[in-house]
Design a protein around this ligand. Structure first.
Ligand code: SF4
Ligand code: SF4
Length: 470
């Protein structure tokens, strides 16, 4: 009590304050406030803007993830970065999230505002600090969400990473690759800046090749055909680098007697908004697909094999775009299962004799809803299917997720930590690794080449197409 009396600013001293006490208190509060402001003197406008955006965009879920980490260290066991570099604490999910957490604490949490040194709360002060944060959230995490599923406290590190990416993207502090692809998607409606002419010409060429290969005529790859049973949306990689993928789909749809179409615009269901954390881009791209299907009066939307495209268009996009879901939106995997179950296509597994393993894409298994479905198909179209371990929601990322394939500056680290994935693939003894994601095709192909594995990457459509009995 006596100590309290010596402190003129102690507001607990008496419930009834004299005028002079009141004045002393308000002066003290002002000086504390000024001191706080003096402590935070950002050298760059970006740091200030970053904090403004943080205050505007923080949600209850994110705040919970920021507040509830108990630093048990369990997430280090989940992250392939941390597993590949066991002596490097900066690779642990908790460390990565802490770089965002310390800013949140300093800016918004009362403990961090009053005793920042105690909880290691700290403002970003300049562009250098923000650039360091950029390298952590873009360069050392593929947002695979393996740590998220394995945190006993429910801390969603991947969402924190995406959140921080979004704030930095808004400030233009973003890896060049992410910037370029996002710009292309804004400007042309597809992430590889494919022109309408290239799109239409490639499709016409695929149709001719397919007819020649099968020695039949009358195969259709319709574009912009109204009142179809479904509108097919694809990954631009299928136009630019892997037209065989569209050919396999067209062949299967043809023999299944399907009434389908591609749209003329709104055909790209990949979405860099998911990677950059830019919900506005996410909304724009997803809406392009939904509106195209509405325009064409399609009865459903079918998405080709792409992990982040599936997650963005099937799940997140309707929220980003605030768009009422009027049409069923499904992966082509579900369409294939329908054909196989109803006898629309016949398959012979002996046509795929090589040992095949399956890579679960993070955005489909962990963050989507398709786990057993691709396995159901593979067991019917391949004669030697083998699981890799761990699998399903515990699978390791292809190491190219989160947009990492577009960020060349982080390639050396990406390939170094890909050792975990390479060992996982080798242990299967398979010759083929199948994935239902174009991004994973590139990620896996890159690491297979780097680690000189005797394996080839294939997709579900290709294996089904090979197995068809015509
Ligand atoms: S597992 Fe969860 S609670 Fe434990 S350190 Fe990681 S994020 Fe924090
Ligand atoms: S989301 Fe994946 S890559 Fe990122 S920290 Fe978690 S486990 Fe590691």
């Amino acid at each position: 009590m006596s100590r309290q009396k010596k402190d003129p600013g102690n507001v607990l001293e008496s419930p009834l304050e004299t005028k002079s006490q009141e004045k002393a208190k308000s002066e003290k509060l002002r000086s504390v406030e000024e001191g706080r402001l003096k402590l935070y003197d950002p050298k760059a406008d970006n740091a200030k803007k970053f904090l403004e955006l943080l205050s505007q965009r923080i949600t209850r879920d994110l705040a919970l993830s920021l507040a509830s980490c108990v630093h048990c260290g369990m997430c280090a066991e989940s992250c392939y970065y941390a597993l590949a570099r066991p002596d490097d604490p900066t690779m642990t999910p908790a460390y990565k999230a802490d770089q965002i957490r310390r800013i949140f604490k300093r800016h918004m949490d009362w403990t961090g505002r009053i005793v920042p040194w105690w909880v290691q709360a700290r403002y970003p002060e300049d562009n250098e600090d923000l650039n360091r944060l950029k390298n952590i959230v873009f360069g050392t995490c593929s947002a695979c969400r393996r740590c998220t599923l394995n945190c006993p406290m429910g801390v969603d590190t991947a969402s924190l990473v995406r959140f921080a990416r979004g704030l930095l993207t808004e400030l233009g502090i973003v890896p060049e690759g992410i910037f370029n692809v996002s710009r292309d998607q804004w400007e042309t409606g597809n992430q590889m800046a494919v022109t309408e002419q290239d799109y239409l010409e490639t499709i016409a060429w695929i149709k001719e090749e397919l007819e020649a290969e099968l020695s039949i005529s009358g195969i259709e790859i319709p574009v912009g055909k109204p009142d179809s049973d479904f509108m097919y949306a694809i990954n631009p990689r299928e136009i630019k680098f892997d037209p065989r993928s569209i050919a396999h789909a067209a062949k299967i749809f043809h023999f299944a007697g399907e009434k389908w179409t591609l749209p003329k615009f709104g055909w790209d269901h990949t979405n860099f908004g998911l990677f950059s954390g830019d919900d506005k881009l996410g909304a724009y791209v997803a809406k392009n697909v939904y509106e195209a299907a509405d325009r064409l009066r399609a009865k459903r939307i079918v998405l080709s094999e792409c992990g982040h495209g599936y997650r963005s268009t099937r799940w997140e996009g309707y929220n980003w775009a605030q768009y009422d879901q009027k049409l069923p939106t499904e992966s082509v995997i579900i369409t294939l299962i329908r054909y196989l179950k109803k006898g629309g296509i016949k398959v012979d597994p002996s046509k795929n004799p090589d040992p095949v393993t399956f890579h679960d894409s993070c955005n489909i298994s962990r963050s989507g809803d398709l786990i057993e479905e691709p396995r159901w198909i593979l067991k019917r179209v391949c004669s030697d299917f083998r699981e890799m371990h761990p699998n399903r929601t515990e699978n390791f990322c292809c190491t190219g997720g989160g947009g990492l394939l577009s960020m060349a500056e982080y390639r050396p680290l990406r390939l170094e930590v890909a050792k975990i994935k390479a060992d996982q693939l080798i242990a299967t003894g398979a010759r083929l690794v199948c994935t239902m994601c174009h991004n994973c095709v590139d990620g896996l192909t890159d690491l297979i080449k780097y680690y000189k594995l005797n394996m080839k990457v294939v997709q579900v459509l290709e294996l089904v197409s090979n197995a068809m009995v015509l």
